[in-house]
Design a binder for this molecule. Structure first.
Ligand code: ADP
Length: 259
């Protein structure tokens, strides 16, 4: 019995790598990293084995959001080993590769190679790998499309026209690389005044859904602008890890990704 099992195991095909899902945006600062971390935590709560590659060369913030800053990934057989986080999300970040506070003044090809190292790592046991891309449509995105074929891309934008135009450009890049756009997420959508409760829309509202409708891309939902979401990120405990009402919109988007 045992010998046969061992032989069969020897001949088993290599485990397929995790499903890659790219999270992109046209602009920086629209909440791509915040969304990536919260989606990972929400998907993990749905029972998925999720990891994150933080490929945002310009501002690698996942080690802060997921609270595993200062840890260095080890290498085994010339490949990096993802660093665990307290929220059960293993992570490899551009931020892990440099000293804190040192700017990543890397040229495109170097950044692309660094990202490739983060993806081509020991992700055994991870089912879904979310890639937090740098904003825009630069070399890292092109490396992503030429070297790795993500199963799909999620694009995040604020409802502001200027952000949306850039988001459309990011969507077009994935489209031209034959990567299906899973959908658009509207972040910073509506703000409830903590003192009077009145809801206002600093960046407008509904623009992302309208853009999704116009282009036939699915609309995955809106995340409000909320102080709690920002403080939760800064404190290393993403909102989706808790049961506050801020967690709900992230879980709603994650459910659609899980299906
Ligand atoms: P990006 O990855 O697109 O550059 P970040 O996720 O780093 O953007 O978000 C930029 C800033 O906005 C961060 O300080 C983050 O905590 C904050 N932020 C993002 N989304 C929200 C939100 N829905 N409500 C409040 N603050 C947010």
């Amino acid at each position: 019995g045992d010998v046969r099992v061992a032989m069969v195991a020897d001949r088993a095909p290599p485990q397929p790598g995790p499903t890659l899902i790219a999270v992109g945006s046209g602009k920086g600062g629209v909440g791509k990293s915040t969304l990536t971390a919260n989606l990972a935590v929400a998907l993990a709560r749905l029972g998925r084995k999720v990891g994150i590659v933080d490929a945002d060369v310009y501002g690698p913030s996942q080690p802060t959001i997921l609270n595993n800053k200062g840890q260095k990934p080890e290498a085994r057989d010339d490949k990096l080993v993802p660093v665990p986080s307290p929220h059960g999300i293993p992570l490899l970040s551009m931020g892990h590769l440099v000293e804190p506070g040192v700017a990543l003044a890397w040229r495109g090809p170097m950044a692309g190679n660094a990202m490739a190292q983060l993806i081509d790592a020991h992700w055994d046991g991870t089912e879904v790998l979310l890639i937090d891309l740098p904003p825009g449509t630069g070399d890292v995105q092109l490396t992503m499309l030429s070297k790795f074929k993500p199963a799909g891309a999620v694009i995040v934008s604020t409802p502001q026209d200027l952000a949306l135009i850039d988001a459309q450009r990011a969507a077009n890049l994935f489209d031209s690389g034959k990567v299906p756009i899973i959908g658009l997420v509207e972040n910073m959508s509506g703000y409830a005044c903590p003192s009077c409760g009145e809801v206002s829309d600093p960046f407008g509202k509904g623009g992302v859904e309208a853009a999704a409708d116009a282009t036939g891309i699915p609309f995955l939902g809106r995340i409000p602008l909320a102080m709690e979401i920002r403080t939760a990120s800064d404190n290393g405990t993403p909102s989706a890890a808790g049961d506050g009402h801020e967690a709900e919109p992230f879980h709603a988007v994650a459910k659609q990704l899980a299906d």
